[in-house]
Write a protein that binds this ligand. Structure first.
Ligand code: UDX
Ligand code: ADP
Length: 476
């Protein structure tokens, strides 16, 4: 029986875009995305979607009301569906056993219990959320212990590899789709059903099928490998600053080895986003539980270097500004964890902003897509209401944000920051005027010619014929 109706529990960054693309490519399937948040569903049903993602508006416009629906009627969604995606959040636990590392599966468990309560026909239940290895087993235990008579379930793992900012392209042209299932007749049949959905637009050779645990672990492994590359190049950026090597040149030379490849070697202020840190911490926790402390320590280093990089960058901003930023105005350009998204989860900008605020700086913040309320919420959570009210001002453009400031700190690699009129910006700033390019996106030579003191990641800057490292700043 081909799938006719899909329900997705969770209308977030994963569930929303994924199901929109499924609806676009499978006009013969009715897709309903449900969420317990009335506000989120109302946003999906309005003209202003709850997430900013290039290309998403067009896809949603084409399908909404045709074969794509957003609803708070979770019960109806579950009851009518042949296949249910669980796309709820799996944050890191903030208390109890595994605090700060283990994934909190309360939302996944909540979704599984709802399915068991409501479903009165057989269902294929698909884990889309990133979960620890063997989470499918827990879902199965809940479903089998609570199922209604005659109702049976198949659990599949189908992790999502989309990356924010390029989600629609990633979904339309996926490198691969991964589907894990039980090695039984029914399990393999369920895998085939989900393959059929993706085969509407993904070539069969790009759909990988594995056992459930391999699929679950592959998702954690892929994120760990990607984050590891960033921590590797970031660790070398510190060596570059100390030696006069240039991290961009090193990355280019290393990346030309076809075995290594050029992607994900952009040194930065540190990686952010909802996945990398969470998934690696989860992997570390799993390794510890499996009594594999050496493996746990290996992956923990990826996180430790990321923390080091964020702290190192923030400390150098302060060090360069004569070791005090108290009452200095500093423009923070970019607050999202990367360009082309309004998402701020684990954004390195939060770490930088917190450190500068702790030191008494006045922050002028501008991000092209992050909502003001989100910036205030993040900083209030990171510091406190008093500091935020006293020392944070939000701006609608980079020119007003930088006017009258001592320094510009680039935290997100938004394209529009590259083409700003820095001559005008320089004229409106305090002198000496500093630029700290936490993403290495600006034309540093041009900025230095204008008169800026420029600091970037993994490069010694040359000015007036003198090479200077971050370490030598304080002696200026
Ligand atoms: C990531 C994975 O890429 C995706 O496959 C998975 O499904 C979810 O997690 P995402 O977090 O959306 O996606 O963004 P990604 O492009 O991976 O960037 C993560 C962070 O790394 C960002 O803060 C980004 O700025 C940073 N980054 C990325 C670097 O600092 N340098 C790089 O070379 C690449
Ligand atoms: P992700 O980035 O993994 O998509 P989000 O936090 O953006 O995570 O989205 C997860 C969504 O799942 C949220 O909108 C949340 O309200 C929703 N959610 C969590 N638990 C349930 C549940 N039991 N039923 C319906 N929706 C849920």
């Amino acid at each position: 029986m081909p799938i006719k109706k899909i329900c997705c529990i969770g209308a977030g960054y994963v569930g929303g875009p994924t199901c929109s693309v499924i609806a676009l490519k499978c006009p013969n399937i009715m897709v309903t995305v449900v969420d317990k948040s009335k506000e989120r569903i109302a946003q999906w049903n309005s003209d202003k979607l709850p997430i900013y993602e290039p290309g998403l508006d067009d896809v949603v416009k084409k399908c909404k009301g045709v074969n794509l629906f957003f609803s708070v009627d979770i019960e109806k969604g579950i009851r009518e569906a042949d296949l249910i995606f669980i796309s709820v959040n799996t944050p890191t636990k903030t208390f109890g056993n595994g605090k700060g590392r283990a994934a909190d599966l309360k939302y996944v468990e909540g979704a599984a219990r709802m399915i068991a309560d409501i479903a009165d026909e057989d269902k294929i239940v698909v884990e889309k959320s990133t979960v620890p290895v063997r989470a499918a087993e827990s879902i199965m235990n809940i479903l089998r212990a609570n199922h209604k008579p005659g109702v049976s379930y198949q659990i599949l793992s189908n992790p999502e590899f989309l990356s924010e900012g390029t989600a629609i392209d990633n979904l339309l042209n996926a490198d691969r789709v991964l589907i894990g299932g039980e090695d039984t007749k029914e399990g393999l049949a369920a895998v085939e059903e989900l393959c059929w959905v993706y085969e509407h637009w993904i070539p069969r050779k790009n759909i990988l099928t594995t056992n459930t645990w391999s699929s679950e672990l592959s998702k954690l492994a892929a994120n760990a490998f990607l984050a590891q590359r960033i921590s590797s190049i970031n660790s070398l950026s510190a060596v570059c600053e100390a030696t006069g090597a240039d991290v961009s040149e090193v990355a280019r030379a290393v990346g030309r080895d076809s075995r290594i490849g050029p992607k994900f070697l952009q040194a930065s202020v540190g990686f952010g986003g909802s996945c990398f840190q969470k998934d690696i911490l989860n992997l570390v926790y799993i390794c510890e539980c499996l009594n594999l402390p050496e493996v746990a320590a290996y992956w923990q280093q990826v996180i430790d270097i990321n923390e080091y990089q964020k702290s190192r960058f923030s400390a150098k901003v302060i060090g360069s500004l004569f070791n005090t930023v108290t009452d200095k105005k500093i423009a923070l350009l970019g607050f999202a964890f990367k360009k082309d998204t309004g998402d701020t989860r684990e954004s390195p900008a939060i770490h930088v902003a917190k450190t500068l605020l702790d030191e008494g700086a006045k922050l002028h913040i501008y991000d092209p897509k992050v909502e003001s309320a989100q910036i205030i919420e993040d900083l209030t959570y990171a510091i406190d209401d008093y500091h935020v009210k006293k020392s944070v001002s939000l701006y609608n453009d980079a020119y007003s944000a930088t006017a009258g400031t001592h320094a510009i700190v680039v935290c997100t690699e938004w394209d529009e920051f590259i083409t700003l009129d820095y001559k005008n910006i320089y004229n409106a700033m305090m002198k000496p005027a500093y630029v700290f390019d936490g993403r290495n996106i600006l034309d540093h030579d041009k900025l230095m010619k204008i008169g800026f003191e420029v600091h970037s990641i993994g490069k010694q800057m040359q000015r007036c014929g003198v090479k200077r490292t971050w370490g030598s700043m304080n002696q200026m």
